[in-house]
Every structure is written in structure tokens, then in C-alpha cells.
Design a protein around this ligand. Structure first.
Ligand SMILES: Nc1ncnc2c1ncn2[C@@H]1O[C@H](COP(=O)(O)OP(=O)(O)OP(=O)(O)O)[C@@H](O)[C@H]1O
Length: 217
């Protein structure tokens, strides 16, 4: 079943974020409407994952505004959580549960069969996730994204560890999501199977004192 969304619009306006004492994101603005896709690129440490986490409402920006259909995301992060499907570097699966059991945790009432088939995982449905390979786990995490039925996909290096066939399946899922009115924002260091994405290139760290780091969520 295709997702259907009411012409969502995401506006990020003049976002700035410090990590430790370093300004990682400096006055970043981006606006996306239904069907849009943006690739976040830039060198290691440029702030791509940080920006995704801010867009997901998982981290508060130090300056700027974040609006979903004109409403401040930070005013109601629980509400925003229903709009997003977030794929981080970790696959966020419970290793002791089977693939089906994991997906049941994210299901909004529908069976996982179609989403499992989308990533050729049907034959692994009853296998505990701890026994899956890295690429199989990544495919499982992408299956979870599909099952979230959320309009805004925030994907941190979604093709990491995928074989060529799975990259093709990812492309199909991305296209279908956009055709249904969804939005995709993805970080990547490699080409992704996305038609006509816009690109937001983050410049990366200036050379300078990096000894000011402190651990932050
Ligand atoms: N927990 C943390 N506490 C403080 N600073 C952090 C923390 N995690 C990351 N940083 C810093 O924030 C900056 C941006 O990191 P981020 O992970 O967003 O970069 P990235 O562009 O996604 O990098 P990569 O391409 O390596 O995945 C880096 O300089 C990093 O050192």
C-alpha cells in the first residue's frame, strides 16, 4: 500500500548548532515540499548527521526555526515524531527478537509482508536479528522505515553495507515514497539511487582548535 500524505512542507530556517564550542552548522536553511529529495553531502565531521538529528527533533538547534506545515516542530516533538522515519548509523533493531517481531514493534497495524518483500527479507522473517549480516540488518532497518508510513524520511547513509541489488531496491522504495508525496533527506558519501535530488553541501570544519570538544547527545 502506498503512503499518502497531505502536501507536507518542511522549512528549516537559519539553523545553527554548536557541538562543544565548535559551530558545526552555521545558518543552514532548506525547504522541502511533497516529493522533494535532498542529499546532504560534505566531509567527515561536516555536520550531516547533526543536521538530520535536528530535523528529526532529536536535538535542539542553538539558533533558527524548524517548521512542519508552518508549525514549530520544537513546540511539540511528540507530534513531529509521527511525521518522521529516522534511520541513523545504528540500525535500532532488537538483536534478540526475530525480524518479524522487530517490525511488529513499528507497525501501524499492517502486516510486514510487503515491506519485507521490498527488501528481499521474507525468508529471514523468523530469524533473530543478531544472526543477520550487516547488510541484512541495514535492509531490515530500511524495512522499518517503510513500515513507519511517515511522510518525512531522514536517512543517514542509507546504502551503507548494501549489495548492488539492495541499492536497487532502496531506489525503488525512495521513488515510491516520493511519488506518494513523501519527502527524503539523506546523507551520503556515495551516489544514491535518487532521481533529481537537490544537494546541500556542508562545507566541513575550518582548520583550527579541535581540542574544545565535549561529549554531547
Ligand atoms: N557527541 C558529540 N559531542 C561533541 N561533538 C560531537 C559529538 N558527536 C559529533 N560531534 C562533532 O560534531 C561534528 C559533526 O559531526 P557529525 O556526526 O554531524 O558529522 P557528519 O558530517 O555526519 O560526519 P560523517 O561523514 O563522518 O558521518 C564533528 O566535528 C564531530 O566531532
Amino acid at each position: 500500500m502506498a503512503a499518502s500524505h497531505n502536501t507536507p512542507v518542511l522549512n528549516a530556517e537559519s539553523l545553527s548548532v554548536f557541538r562543544g564550542e565548535r559551530l558545526v552548522l552555521d545558518n543552514i536553511s532548506v525547504s522541502l515540499a511533497a516529493g522533494d529529495a535532498v542529499l546532504l553531502t560534505g566531509p567527515n565531521g561536516a555536520g550531516k548527521s547533526t543536521l538530520l538529528r535536528v530535523l528529526a527533533g532529536l536535538r535542539r538547534p542553538d539558533a533558527g526555526h524548524l517548521l512542519w506545515n508552518g508549525t514549530d516542530i520544537l513546540a511539540d516533538r511528540t507530534m513531529h515524531a509521527a511525521h518522521i522515519a529516522y534511520l541513523g548509523h545504528q540500525d535500532a533493531l532488537k538483536p534478540g527478537l526475530t525480524l518479524s517481531e522487530n517490525l511488529a514493534l513499528f507497525s501501524r497495524g499492517e502486516s510486514p509482508e510487503d515491506a519485507l518483500a521490498d527488501f528481499d527479507l521474507t525468508h529471514l522473517a523468523d530469524v533473530p536479528v543478531r544472526l543477520l549480516s550487516a547488510g541484512q540488518k541495514r535492509r531490515a532497518a530500511l524495512t522499518r522505515i517503510i513500515m513507519a508510513r511517515a511522510p518525512l524520511w531522514l536517512l543517514d547513509e542509507p546504502s551503507l553495507g548494501l549489495d548492488i541489488h539492495s541499492v536497487g531496491r532502496l531506489g525503488t522504495a525512495l521513488t515510491r515514497h516520493r511519488q506518494a508525496g513523501g519527502i527524503v533527506i539523506a546523507t551520503t558519501h556515495v551516489p544514491l539511487p535518487l532521481d533529481n535530488p537537490r544537494q546541500l553541501a556542508l562545507p566541513g570544519a575550518p582548520t583550527g582548535n579541535q581540542a574544545l570538544w565535549e561529549d554531547q547527545p
